[in-house]
Design a protein around this ligand. Structure first.
Ligand code: DGJ
Length: 726
């Protein structure tokens, strides 16, 4: 299907519908990266490795091996032998030496894709994908390095990951094991990344690439608000529709480093993997280490095509939840309505009003357990606070269900408050360095999830609550980043494993949860959107996108998020004004229209809304039911970006049949003395005729000539237009 090994030329050619990825074996077994880009045919491509030029390969010119290693486009570069560019693998021997040289030994190709034990990863059937494993060996360390490539032909996606095995008799230490490295000639690339902060996640940034190394990284123990495990190299002037894009997205939720390096020969090396800072992994005889997966997407038609490839790929080959193709219940969350100040009466009054307006689920957020009435206690004590919820959880859930609503609940399972019974009983369960003060954040510590007994405790605590009542939804929160990294249980030479072992613990917990409760709707969250990443999508079909619920701020956050992740997984709610984060007043309609481009729900005290606002809620609920199918499964096209022009934001979602399309248009700031705006639509069928508000237009008119959006007075105005084609 998609993978060919050309025996004679010793070239691996990985073909998707529109792209080619090629690797060649040279000399005594060096793997060279030949090409990645638009599809090419034929295997006469090895000349691209430039081995005819000087420096020749080591077998021909041993004395200049160093120069060869430092210039050759390495498929998986290793540290210590002469390639001074960023390495993907750095291994320390028991004696303390840092070097390895793994040469090609053998390979296999098989249909389908093996799962990655303990890690999130994309999946596909034998009809949908094919996997190549290239096995290289370092003869001194007796180390096997297995490079995995899975080709999803129809999706135009190639995934990569690496497994390192110790086949020798002595242990060695992985000081760095990245998941992907890509060497290319520079094409005047720019680096696109997603940066942010709390309440400002995933804003798009594009910067020139200079000589040296530029990296995007997190060593906060999570993928983070600040930087994001996604990078793209884009040719100069790349837009939504034009330009070449080489992108990498990490299917991992912990520390990462994504880097681009421009070297002395104008070559580019793009790398992605677990951040080597604070990382070290001991491999005893017979042990192996699995480095998480990177998803590679190439587009020769700008960012829009890349986006649509990621959306389809994640919807079909990463998200596993039974909800992925289903309309999610419209929920109301009490966080911004009450914060910690609620009891069962308050929750029931919200539920009652919500039901009347068509809302389908009540989610009880932080504050229902232990003695928690502020954020300074009780994490870890997952017992219902009966002072707040008289009679316990079950009667509350029953009453909510009796009103006709489903019930959801909030947890922060990875944490432990210093002021908690759990910490008083198990002070050693917190991540800590002996004799050092544990750094607090939001008055909490992090549980040491590298320990089985801690994982088991946490699981039972969460699962027993879920078993005790009819709970349909869990919001899994994580409100601090990791510090003072140390595990009381790990030996000294394995302390560097804690960050990754912690992530493995989180993944195990979530895997167990969705296995025992397969119908559970799980929403991940981390102080807003600090763990909105492809790793978490493997466990939860939706992730809370940001604590900033202001409609205007959300335009930027949701644009950056939707660059990679499907709209169906973007947690988005309508909240009250003035907005609690920025104090801005926006129209209720606009707040609804922005939240519609996500999972959709409410997060305000609905009992306090005016009659007019309640009528708008009813309309929004109707819009959700009418439009969600298109929004959840359609193709996303960005027309205009508010982050670029400062006034307007427009995008479309078009169903796969191109018979229904929604145009979202937001006038962020009104401008004086303007005529109407001409907006050219995208993604339609030129041959079809579309009706919108009683008017008919041909697809070719809408896409080439455009429609007119009237100039209006007033900021934060928005409209959603439905085009129906035949
Ligand atoms: C952070 C989340 O993002 C909020 O939505 C809320 O659940 C709080 N934590 C609760 O502490």
């Amino acid at each position: 299907m998609g993978i060919i090994f050309h025996e004679e030329s010793q070239v691996f050619q990985l073909q998707t519908k529109n792209t080619t990825y090629a690797i060649g074996i040279v000399d005594r077994g060096y793997l060279g990266h030949i090409y990645y880009g638009k599809k090419i045919e034929g295997d006469h491509i090895k000349y691209l490795l430039r081995t005819e030029e000087n420096p020749k390969t080591p077998c021909i010119n041993q004395r200049e091996k160093n120069s060869f290693l430092d210039q050759f486009p390495m498929e998986y570069p290793e540290h210590g032998m002469g390639d001074y560019r960023e390495s993907a693998l750095c291994v320390r021997s028991e004696e303390g030496h840092l070097a390895s040289e793994s040469l090609y030994k053998e390979h296999w190709i098989q249909k389908g894709k093996p799962a990655l034990e303990g890690l999130p990863a994309s999946f596909g059937t034998e009809e949908e994908c094919e996997t190549l494993c290239i096995i290289c060996e370092d003869s001194v360390l007796h180390m096997k390095v297995k490079l995995y490539y899975t080709v999803f032909y129809h999706q135009d996606v190639i995934t990569r990951n690496v497994i390192v095995e110790n086949q020798g008799e002595r242990p060695f230490y992985l000081e760095k094991v990245l998941s992907a490295s890509l060497d290319m000639d520079d094409q005047n690339f720019q680096l696109l990344s997603l940066h942010g902060s709390w309440a400002r996640e995933r804003h798009i940034q594009v910067v020139p690439i200079g000589y040296g190394r530029q990296n995007i990284a997190s060593f906060r123990g999570e993928s983070s608000h600040q930087e994001h495990p996604f990078i793209a190299l884009v040719t100069n002037g790349t837009s939504q529709d034009f330009g070449e894009v080489y992108s990498m997205n990490f299917v991992y939720s912990g520390n990462f480093k994504a880097q681009v390096e421009k070297d002395q020969f104008d070559m580019i090396r793009m790398t992605m993997g677990i951040h080597p800072d604070g990382f070290s992994w001991k491999l005893e005889t017979g042990e192996h280490f699995i480095a998480p997966e990177v998803v590679l997407v190439y587009s020769d038609e700008g960012l829009g095509k890349m986006t649509r490839i990621y959306h389809d790929f994640y919807r079909n080959h990463l998200i596993r939840s039974p909800y992925k193709d289903k309309k999610r219940p419209i929920l109301i969350n009490n966080w911004e309505a009450t914060y910690f100040d609620f009891d069962e009466k308050k929750l029931l009054s919200i539920a009652k009003e919500a039901k009347e307006l068509g809302i389908e689920m009540l989610v009880m957020d932080d504050g229902w357990f232990g003695k928690r009435s502020s954020d300074d206690s009780s994490l870890g004590d997952w017992v219902v606070n009966e002072e707040k919820l008289k009679g316990g959880l079950q009667p509350l859930v029953e009453q909510v269900n009796a009103l006709g609503l489903q019930f959801g609940i909030w947890f922060e399972p990875e944490m432990i408050s210093p002021d908690s019974n759990l910490f008083r009983e198990h002070p050693d369960w917190a991540i800590q360095i002996p004799n050092r003060e544990i750094t607090q954040s939001r008055a909490q510590y992090v549980l040491d999830l590298s320990r089985k007994e801690v994982v088991d405790y946490v699981y039972e605590a969460v699962a027993s609550i879920l078993r005790s009542a009819n709970i349909a939804y869990v919001k899994w929160d994580m409100n601090r980043q990791l510090t003072t990294i140390g595990s009381v249980k790990l030996p000294a030479d394995r302390q560097g494993e804690l960050y990754h072992r912690y992530m493995l613990g989180v993944y195990e917990l979530q895997e167990r949860l969705i296995t025992e409760f397969p119908e559970l709707l799980l929403e991940n969250c981390s102080g807003g959107g600090a763990r909105f990443d492809a790793g978490m999508l493997y466990y939860s079909p939706q992730i809370w996108c940001s604590d900033d619920t202001d409609a205007v701020e959300r335009l930027l956050i949701q644009e950056g998020t939707a660059l990679v992740y499907p709209i169906s997984c973007i947690g988005a709610h309508v909240s009250v004004c003035p907005n609690h984060t920025v104090g801005r007043n926006t129209l209720f309609e606009t707040r609804g229209n922005v939240a519609l481009c996500g999972t959709f729900g409410y997060e305000l005290d609905i009992t306090k809304l005016t009659k007019e606002e309640k009528d708008i809620v009813k309309q929004q609920v109707a819009d959700y039911h009418n439009y969600n199918e298109i929004i959840r499964s359609g193709d996303y096209y960005r027309l205009v970006s508010y982050s670029e022009n400062k006034y307007y934001d427009s995008f479309m979602i078009v169903n796969k049949e191109k018979t229904k399309a929604l145009l979202f248009d937001i006038q962020v700031l009104a401008r004086p003395n303007r005529r109407s705006r001409k907006l050219r639509l995208k993604g339609l069928d030129e041959q079809k005729t579309y009706r919108m508000n009683g008017q008919s237009y041909t697809g070719s008119t809408l896409m080439n000539a455009g429609i007119l959006i009237p100039a209006e007075q007033g900021d934060f105005k928005s409209r959603v237009l439905l085009f129906e084609g035949e």
